[in-house]
Design a protein around this ligand. Structure first.
Ligand code: TMP
Length: 208
């Protein structure tokens, strides 16, 4: 293949609370990446992204009751399959991977939200050689805004958690940003769609 992949970040994750609006911006992000990388872009998500991963997603989001540790291990089972079957092969071909949620969600939701703590997630990530993303766009919104946007929509098992849970999740994300500021771009996502889109463009232009 004659085209060369860009030197900049090629494994990009999108993070934020449910209702943060990150998924609404995904087409724009993918278009931007496609212009930068002649080898192409793979758009994927976690939990999910593979056949088995989507089945695990169904259990995670629709099953009535799961122990937090079961939830964590199911997420990692889906993640390993996703990395081996989708993420690593795409990166090896020089493609860009845009992943709607990834490892930081586990620190935020299971580590902080469920209270499992970071060391367990650190340990599993190391044991399973989970690669970190190169760049993470964190769509940050106050919990009240996220809950307001979701009002009237049916909630899955995790979305059905209360305000205190999502406050912990947001704190979890903010802790990750403080620990690894160079990897994150924080987008203030409480603004209008147009303003968020401009912030996304600016972040990508600066980093890609
Ligand atoms: P989504 O609706 O943005 O696709 O995300 C599905 C849900 O999965 C969302 O509520 C966040 C949750 N989740 C975790 O709790 N831990 C994780 O590691 C990931 C990737 C997602």
């Amino acid at each position: 293949m004659k085209s060369t992949p860009p030197d900049g970040p090629r494994f990009i994750s999108l993070e934020g609370l449910d209702g943060s609006g990150k998924t609404t911006q995904i087409d724009r992000i993918v278009d931007f990446c496609e212009q930068r990388n002649p080898r192409g872009v793979v758009v994927t998500r976690e939990p999910g992204g593979t056949e088995v991963g989507e089945r695990i997603r169904h259990i995670l989001l629709e099953h009535g009751s799961l122990h937090p540790q079961t939830e964590l291990l199911l997420l990692f089972a889906a993640r390993v399959q996703h990395i081996k079957a989708v993420v690593a092969p795409a990166l090896a071909l020089g493609k860009t991977v845009v992943c709607d949620r990834y490892l930081d969600a586990t620190y935020a939701y299971q580590g902080h939200g469920r209270g499992l703590g970071a060391p367990l997630i650190d340990g599993l990530s190391e044991l399973l050689a989970v690669p970190p993303p190169d760049l993470t766009l964190f769509f940050d919104v106050p919990v009240s805004v996220a809950l307001g946007r979701r009002a009237g929509r049916s909630a899955d098992r995790i979305e059905a958690e209360g305000e205190a849970f999502f406050e912990r999740v947001r704190e979890g994300y903010q802790t990750r940003v403080r620990a690894q500021p160079e990897r994150f771009v924080v987008i203030s996502a409480a603004k209008s769609l147009a303003e968020v889109a401009l912030a996304v463009d600016a972040a990508l232009a600066a980093r890609l």
